[in-house]
Design a protein around this ligand. Sequence first.
Ligand SMILES: NC(=O)C1=CN([C@@H]2O[C@H](COP(=O)(O)OP(=O)(O)OC[C@H]3O[C@@H](n4cnc5c(N)ncnc54)[C@H](O)[C@@H]3O)[C@@H](O)[C@H]2O)C=CC1
Ligand SMILES: O=C(O)[C@H]1O[C@H](OP(=O)(O)OP(=O)(O)OC[C@H]2O[C@@H](n3ccc(=O)[nH]c3=O)[C@H](O)[C@@H]2O)[C@H](O)[C@@H](O)[C@@H]1O
Length: 482
Amino acid sequence: MVKICCIGAGYVGGPTMAMIAFKCPDIEVVVVDISVARINAWNSDRLPIFEPGLEDVVKGCRGRNLFFSYDVEKHVAAADIVFVSVNTPTKTRGLGAGKAADLTYWESAARMIADVSKSDKIVVEKSTVPVKTAEAIEKILTHNNKGINFQILSNPEFLAEGTAIEDLAKPDRVLIGGRETPEGQKAIEALKAVYAHWVPEENIITMNLWSAELSKLAANAILAQRISSINAMSALCEATGADVSEVAYAVGKDSRIGPKFLNASVGFGGSCFQKDILNLVYICECNGLTEVANYWKQVVQINDYQKSRFVKRVVSSMFNTVSGKKIAILGFAFKKDTGDTRETAAIDVCHGLLGDNAKISIYDPQVTADQIMRDLAMNKFDWDHPQHLQPMSPTAAKKVDVVWDAYEATKNAHGVCILTEWDEFKKLDYKKVYDGMQKPAFIFDGRNVINVEELRKIGFIVYSVGKPLDPWVKDLPAAPPS
Ligand SMILES: NC(=O)C1=CN([C@@H]2O[C@H](COP(=O)(O)OP(=O)(O)OC[C@H]3O[C@@H](n4cnc5c(N)ncnc54)[C@H](O)[C@@H]3O)[C@@H](O)[C@H]2O)C=CC1
Ligand SMILES: O=C(O)[C@H]1O[C@H](OP(=O)(O)OP(=O)(O)OC[C@H]2O[C@@H](n3ccc(=O)[nH]c3=O)[C@H](O)[C@@H]2O)[C@H](O)[C@@H](O)[C@@H]1O
């Protein structure tokens, strides 16, 4: 029986390995992590991450051929194929801080693999890593040459949170990069055989290591670029009376462009887009490609601009101050159908509003109060962030209240900001929300989920990203000086 061990039981390691175990009953899969709490949660009825459909897949094979353990070394030693799916965050200090990928976790995983291995192994890069990482990993794995053969493969993951199970069950493509040697090709075939249990052969693409590593960064950069492109258009729509949804629809009808990833928003979030683009920028700079680096940097800068533009809209609409006013925040996760808050636009928007002394009341169906408080108190690297988005003092957290109901959050509020596109926000009783609020009642839709006309009829002053402006907002400057 082929044995797989995956190091890292996070948003990628957990679901991807669960899918492999589910689809390949003849393979034993053990997911290991240094976090005991995370492993305990994977072994419990309350999984550590919220992901539609995940529970059924895990329950379908846990204890059969899917296991979660914190006995990292034992399971790595026993495996034929070791996936590494540890975090690769942006460096916060030292050389390349604020841009380069921090490979500390990867390096320590690789050293451990080298130390405990007694048999040949295929080591698979599942984490998103800078191009050429495999070369460094090879050096680490072979540093205490015990005659063991390690083959490194790059097998980047393309799942999106909230749709991870669908994405894993029917991937657009599975990418496998490896050395162009007979041993490298043999390793590629071995990994291909795992995916071939459920992925059609034509969707399994093989290539050289560096192309596979770079393809992952390129895909995320291009996806994020589409969002920044439409968000940049949203600012122009507001200035001209065009409607960004209509523009996106018209543009997306061009079969060369396609309709996906053209939803204007308060800004993209998530653990990867910003981190991977910054990483790409750093790699370009290291290769002397200044113009290319500046091009991609702009995708992140437009995203920061969009978040800060949203905050300015809120403040300027409400008589240029939100000081002492209650603002309801509906949605804190970086997108719907996940409880993940990493790099969510909501953090920057809340910082901006707190910076203007607002009192905020937050409701998200999947994010805990503890998580929100941690997010708002954390120090974020301040690369290129405008002044009002700088880290706040811990005392500011006292002005934050987290509640478990949208109506509670909006009660007595002067304004409502919708920051995540949860389906339930489309179905709220907005008459009830309006009746419970201070007047004039403002609503700022950062996700274009509400029916603007209906809400205006109720009496709300409505701002919706990229939509024709409410007469109230129209007469105000789009971006007053900070
Ligand atoms: N979150 C996502 O949707 C996607 C993430 N990725 C990439 O996958 C990688 C992992 O991302 P996530 O799963 O979101 O991160 P995560 O933070 O949820 O999970 C990483 C896990 O690795 C564990 N870990 C770190 N060092 C370890 C070590 N030495 N030994 C054992 N366990 C260790 C941590 O405790 C943590 O539980 C990143 O490189 C990310 O860019 C790629 C595609 C999608
Ligand atoms: O490498 C990764 O981590 C993953 O990053 C993204 O997945 P994810 O961040 O989970 O979610 P997305 O659906 O891409 O959304 C990212 C952000 O963009 C925003 N978004 C998305 C689409 C859109 O049209 N507009 C928009 O503002 C979302 O609300 C969210 O904040 C990619 O879609 C995945 O393919 C990739 O594997």
